[in-house]
Design a protein around this ligand. Sequence first.
Ligand code: HEM
Length: 337
Amino acid sequence: MVDTSTAKQLVQAIIDNLEQPVPGRRPVHTIGVGVKGEFVASDVACTYCIAEHFNGKPVRVSVRFSNGLGGVNQHDGWSDVRGMATRFHISGERGSDLIATTLGEFFVRNVDDFFEFSKIAKREKYERRPWWRKVWDLLQLKIPPRNPYPDETKNVDEGALRYANRHRFAQLGIFQVGLIGAPESYARASYHAVHTFWVTAPDGVRRPVRFSWQPVAGVRNTDPKAVPRDRYLFDELRDRLQRWPARFMLMMTIGEEGDALDDPTKPWPGTRIRVVMGTLTLLKVSEDQEADGERISFNPNRLAPGIEVSNDPILEARLGAYEVSREMRGGCPFKWR
Ligand code: HEM
């Protein structure tokens, strides 16, 4: 169990790397939008998992989409990891959460890695590379870094690459971050929960699984060569949902012998069985963004009976870190929200 002091240090490591900490707000994924919707499990879902939201009855759902960056500057058009945090409002007070991002694999394996990454991947000055350095990069078969965005003066890219060069396990995640881009819409990206969870079937069989959301509208990014537009994702989603609901399929991949069960940096082979667990229908951007987005405290360890955490140390660390963050941005009144 990660103790409270480690959980505090984890959150502090994130805050220390912010341009300007934002009191009362999330230190990462600061900008987001709360959406209301409904989830209906597929016919087969209940044969794999006894959790209440897989029983086939419609379940009310709160979703918060977010940009990964910490801070209140809304750079929607910047290349950035996006988040999709979902609460299934099943009976009882707590609900069941599923937190996912557009990253297929995470870049650290445990808490020590995270602290080392935070030390190395500090924000550094980021400038346009002169043309001759770009040519030099190409001659060395290296892709030259992109030009800075209009008001981007610092970022963690160089430090993250240094970390990836030292640690092979981090390379898949960090290289994905470098190429991730900006989605046309929060409803046009796929989101992955990266950790392994255990689900229990009605016959008592427990299976290791990984969850991801696939958008029915398809995945589409903005043109990376165009000047990035800022502040479009909220309006785009609101307008889209006023016209027609947006849908996501919840996919569950079943792990097999030899698959990494406690390491979110390791992908599973693409040949694993995937089960459609249900359809999420997003109905409207909430009018009360405070109550239905900003004040919610999601936690990947808040799970319905029938779903359990694996021994993944990052998943365990997130239990305390998200609680500490919740307290820092508001405390008790938000409990269980
Ligand atoms: C040691 C690793 C990690 C740490 C220390 C960490 C820390 C945090 C913290 C402090 C928050 C703000 C929570 C709040 O105030 O409610 C947060 C939000 C978030 N994190 Fe992580 N995180 C970690 C790993 C991950 C991973 C692996 C994922 C991918 C599934 C992820 C996805 C998200 C998302 C989507 C949010 C925004 C949730 C929301 O909208 O409320 N994080 N993280």
